[in-house]
Design a protein around this ligand. Structure first.
Ligand code: ZN
Length: 145
């Protein structure tokens, strides 16, 4: 059996006798291997990784786990967290924000590792960062400009 990626499409070559359920199992397996390889080739941004690590220690007792944290081009959002893969992205334009606002964005996305919505449990996690309220105000004021 062999697998290759062509223009983002995963192609699997399997023996003809292989049952469909087996094929599906292999497709899932190869997809996961490929994702891991992609993660290694997109390393975390050092500055964000360091801040996220320290926030995790200070606010969450080091219990949160993520796969990568990096800046990315985003025009409408300040950040994103892919719940299923644990990949955290912060908008590149946030790099020039004051450090305490950048930390808030990280805390927000880190909190999404445990809660995908913005419910009460999520807010409790997010508010462990003492400047959350002020940072939200800061970002709101930016948006109004
Ligand atoms: Zn959110």
């Amino acid at each position: 059996m062999s697998a290759r990626l062509r223009s983002g499409v995963l192609e699997l070559l399997v023996p003809e006798w292989m049952p469909t359920t087996e094929r599906q199992k292999w497709a899932d397996e190869m997809r996961q291997r490929l994702d891991r390889r992609l993660q290694r080739s997109h390393p975390s941004d050092d500055r964000l990784a360091e801040r996220a690590r320290s926030l995790n220690e200070r606010l969450f007792g080091g219990r949160l786990n993520w796969t990568s944290v990096a800046f990315a081009e985003m025009s409408h959002l300040w950040g994103s967290c892919t719940f299923t893969t644990g990949a955290i992205r912060i908008a590149r334009r946030a790099a020039s924000l004051p450090e305490w606002v950048l930390d808030y964005l990280l805390v927000h996305e880190l909190s999404h590792l445990e809660h995908s919505d913005h419910g009460t449990a999520f807010r409790e996690l997010e508010s462990r960062y003492p400047l959350s309220e002020r940072a939200r105000g800061y970002l709101m004021a930016l948006a109004d400009r």
